[in-house]
Design a protein around this ligand. Structure first.
Ligand code: APR
Length: 288
């Protein structure tokens, strides 16, 4: 698999293109209605290649036909959340964009794996699944990797531990109802509940849930994109390298966790077949 398409060459999409090419993972095609900016970014990234030491081709266009033959299609197209706007308010605006993208993936690269990044994430992933009619293992959304990274960053800040010594999962819906799995969270092998009081843990959870809004308010124009693009990169890498790493991704559930025909963040094993296996962790009552 050598070609990844990124639909939407905005902040998240173009940064993701850079990460994929600079990690020498795949050639990248970016598609955007803003064709000039898309082609300009592709050229700029191409000129970085001799310095960064890779030979990956990065192209930009507004013509969907260029995605033909892609192994992975990442959908970031749409409108970002602005200050004061909920992810749900984005629903109407972004659903037609995601439908169009998924329909093009279906006809031009029917074997591809779709990763949705556009918000509201779980709803957009569900739409992409419905539109493409792909096997559910080949349609997933990026949110849990990001939420898990944010919770990890907050825990590292309050504990002083290295990121690698913190093990946690954030599942559930992307937004205020995300579920950090405190019962599965350890710092240097010790349960977080043995290290911090419930008040302190609740504060860390609140900061994690508010992280996206906090960044958006600081940026003023647009929303976070470094960590979102890093999260999507991590998923693309797991699929291309067939790593079988377990990470939190938005999947269509068919009975897992007692839910049916619902798209929501759960731990899943990622490999060349997509979200190859959904892992059912034991949840405590509150988490459930
Ligand atoms: N087809 C192709 N591209 C489109 C379309 C469309 N129909 N509609 C919009 N776009 C493009 C825009 O031109 C823009 O370049 O999608 C891109 C979105 O980029 P940004 O506005 O920079 O948004 P970004 O920060 O990248 O976020 C993208 O990811 O995290 C989520 O909430 C975020 O839904 C948003 C998405």
């Amino acid at each position: 698999m050598t070609k990844v398409s990124i639909i939407g060459a905005g902040n998240v999409g173009a940064t993701l293109a850079m990460r994929i090419a600079e990690a020498d993972l795949a050639d990248v095609v970016m598609i955007d209605i803003a064709e000039g900016a898309c082609r300009g970014k592709a050229m700029d990234l191409t000129d970085s290649a001799p310095i960064m030491g890779h030979n990956r081709r990065i192209t930009g266009s507004k013509d969907y036909k260029d995605i033909a033959g892609s192994g992975i299609a990442v959908i970031t197209a749409g409108f970002p959340r602005m200050p004061g706007m909920s992810r749900e308010e984005l629903f109407q605006k972004n659903s037609s964009v995601v439908r169009e993208a998924a329909a093009n993936v279906k006809s031009l690269c029917p074997q591809a794996i779709i990763i949705v990044v556009t918000n509201p994430l779980d709803a957009m992933t569900y739409l992409a699944s419905r539109e493409s009619c792909f096997d559910r293992r080949r349609v997933m959304g990026m949110a849990g990797v990001l939420d898990t990274a944010r919770f990890t960053a907050v825990l590292a800040e309050i504990s002083g531990a290295d990121y690698k010594d913190i093990k946690t999962f954030v599942i559930g819906s992307h937004g205020d109802s995300m579920v950090p799995l405190v019962s599965c969270t350890t710092i240097k092998g010790s349960p977080v509940s043995k290290i911090f009081s419930q008040d302190k843990i609740d504060l860390a959870l609140a900061r994690t849930k508010n992280r996206g809004a906090e960044i958006m308010n600081l940026l003023k124009a647009g929303s976070a994109y470094y960590a979102p693009s890093a999260s999507a990169y991590y998923m693309v890498r797991a699929i291309i390298k067939d790593t079988k790493e377990v990470m939190s991704v938005s999947c269509i559930l068919q009975g897992e966790y007692g839910l049916k025909d619902v798209c929501i963040g759960v731990p899943a094993k990622l490999g060349k077949g997509g979200a190859e296996e959904i892992i059912e962790l034991p949840l405590n009552g509150r988490e459930k």
